[in-house]
Design a protein around this ligand. Structure first.
Ligand code: GLN
Length: 541
């Protein structure tokens, strides 16, 4: 029977609740338990797929095609467990399910209310699709006190009561700020936040207190006393130099021990040696490389969370620090690429949407191709590289993408149907935007002898997708004549999945998002190889 740990946050947002949930998951895993992590988001969107990256950071995509909160990325990177559709839910999704049931007449004449219908739907979601996990960690998005989160808090309160202490635990993440004028750390915000929680009937069992400095023992005692928790269950969570040191730091503070104690489990100490090794590597790299990332949302780095982590994983595998130089692609529409890209060891154009900045990405791909700098094009970055090659290698000057309006040479175009396994999936231009992209894991067949076949060491792969447009196969022959090889294709041979230039140190474009599958202990082969190429490049320049 699974035990449930409910994680809420208080005082302010951005305390790193997702990361801290992922770290606790990793610690319990290191003690030999089977864990599962889930995110419950109180906003009204059915999923974050239609949200601007500026609003909510990156949209993380699971193998089974759910568009989810970026915290699921932390969960996967820390625990190595692939999340599923059922690991992410929002108020919007819960309500649309409840309303659909009401329309079907499933409630048999009842008046549909937040309690019990919405809260029951939330509880069902939390308990559904479990497979003998020892622990299910449920993170509640938002901050306690928000109006939107009330049904979720009510649902977990009820669950806590139904399951009992032996099977449910409430963890609350708070802030203990340092006030320079007083020269002290202040516990009052934590006390207030716990009061908010108690007002909805939830008594936290453990407080995880974020602070930028040691919380003295008497302050911890004070928090324990006012908030009604055991002093040993007031855990300080100090800032650390790398996110991958968080599990080690938590363990040193006794977090996982307190969790086991709460459930009355006498578990063996966790083996954290692999965590220590990786952190040691991160802290003392043998060299460094500079990678330029040419994107659109460069002012909000959460928009590229998985990408930044995957590049870091590639760095760890190569024993180098990866310095990321985020460049807004629009710059290249006014200024020369050379002044920004000269001397970088690798250029990466990530996923993106819309015309703004696209010419700058095309210019970056050209620079990388002509100057023989390692180039990694991801999704939009592949599409832009193919447009560049069609224009400048094949000589079709007006090559473009139908994403930007009609074009006489649609090298990238909207696909209205494609095959997934044995199923024909269809889309319509002008249809709904939510949940209608090519989403989730699709198979690609790799060309024998290609660079990617060597990098993966396989001839078939599954990678995660999130896009509406595809490279147009009608240009394949002309591009291949000019040296751009289509080295990965959908199994039916219709959708280009990977392109590469053999006569180049490292030039690969992929239609999928490999960054979504890179994990700390399983770095993605393309990122390992790309950073390896950047290391070689750094020795040349
Ligand atoms: N905008 C492009 C498409 O929809 C690329 C999407 C992406 O990079 N994720 O096909």
């Amino acid at each position: 029977m699974s035990r449930f740990i409910f994680i809420t946050g208080g005082v302010v947002s951005s305390l790193g609740k997702g990361l801290s949930s992922a770290a606790l998951g990793a610690l319990l895993q290191a003690r030999g338990f089977k864990v599962r992590l889930r995110k419950l988001d109180p906003y009204l969107n059915v999923d974050p797929g239609t949200m601007s990256p500026y609003q909510h950071g990156e949209v993380y995509v699971t193998d089974d095609g759910a568009e989810t909160d970026l915290d699921l990325g932390h969960y996967e990177r820390f625990t190595g467990i692939s999340c599923r559709q059922t690991d992410s839910v929002t108020t919007g999704k819960i309500y649309s399910n409840v309303i659909a049931k009401e329309r079907r007449g499933d409630y048999l004449g009842a008046t549909i209310q937040v309690i019990p219908h919405v809260t029951d739907a939330i509880k069902e979601w939390i308990k559904a699709d479990l497979h003998d996990e020892d622990f299910v960690l449920c993170e509640i998005g938002g901050t306690v006190g928000d109006i939107e989160s009330l049904p979720f808090l009510e649902a977990i309160r009820q669950l806590g009561n139904e399951l009992g202490k032996e099977r449910a635990m409430f963890v609350h993440l708070t802030l203990v700020p340092y006030i320079p004028a007083a020269g002290e750390l202040k516990t009052k915000p934590t006390q207030h936040s716990v009061k908010e929680l108690q007002a909805v009937g939830i008594q936290p069992d453990l407080l995880l207190c974020r602070s930028d400095r040691e919380i003295p023992a008497d302050s911890r005692r004070k928090i324990a006393q006012f908030c009604n928790v055991r002093p040993s269950a007031v855990i300080q969570a100090l800032d650390v130099d790398t996110i991958y040191a968080v599990p080690l730091a938590y363990h040193a503070e006794g977090y996982d021990r307190e969790v086991c104690r709460h459930f009355g489990i006498d578990a063996k100490e966790p083996d954290l040696s692999k965590w220590q090794e990786v952190v040691d590597r991160i802290r003392s790299p043998e060299g460094e490389v500079n990678i330029a990332v040419i994107g659109k949302y460069t002012s909000l780095l959460d928009a590229y969370k998985s990408l930044a982590e995957a590049l870091r994983h590639g760095g760890i595998a190569n024993n180098v620090r990866v310095n990321l130089n985020w460049i807004d692609s629009e710059i290249f529409e006014q200024e020369d690429t050379v002044q920004h890209l000269e001397g970088v060891h690798g250029i990466l154009v990530p996923g993106g949407f819309g015309e703004r900045g696209s010419e700058g990405k095309i210019n970056s791909a050209r620079f990388a191709r002509e100057r023989k700098v390692p180039y990694f094009g991801i999704c939009f970055g592949m599409q832009m590289a193919v447009i560049e090659a069609t224009r400048n290698l094949v000589g079709v000057k007006n090559a473009g993408s139908t994403e930007f309006g009609s074009t006489p040479e649609p090298v990238v175009g909207l696909m209205t149907e494609w095959v997934r396994g044995n199923v024909l999936e269809k889309r319509m231009a002008g249809g709904d935007l939510g949940g209608t992209m090519r989403l989730g894991a699709y198979e690609a067949i790799l060309k024998p002898g290609s660079a990617v076949a060597g990098i993966y060491g396989k001839n078939a792969i599954f990678e995660r997708h999130r896009h509406r447009y595809e490279v147009n196969i009608n240009y394949k022959e002309r591009l291949e004549k000019q040296g751009l090889v289509f080295s990965g294709m959908s199994p039916d041979g219709i959708l280009p999945e990977i392109v590469e230039i053999p006569d180049h140190p490292w030039f690969i474009g992929v239609q999928f998002h490999p960054e979504l599958k890179s994990r700390l202990f399983e770095p993605h082969p393309l990122f390992v190889s790309f950073i390896g190429a950047a290391v070689t490049q750094s020795r040349l320049v």
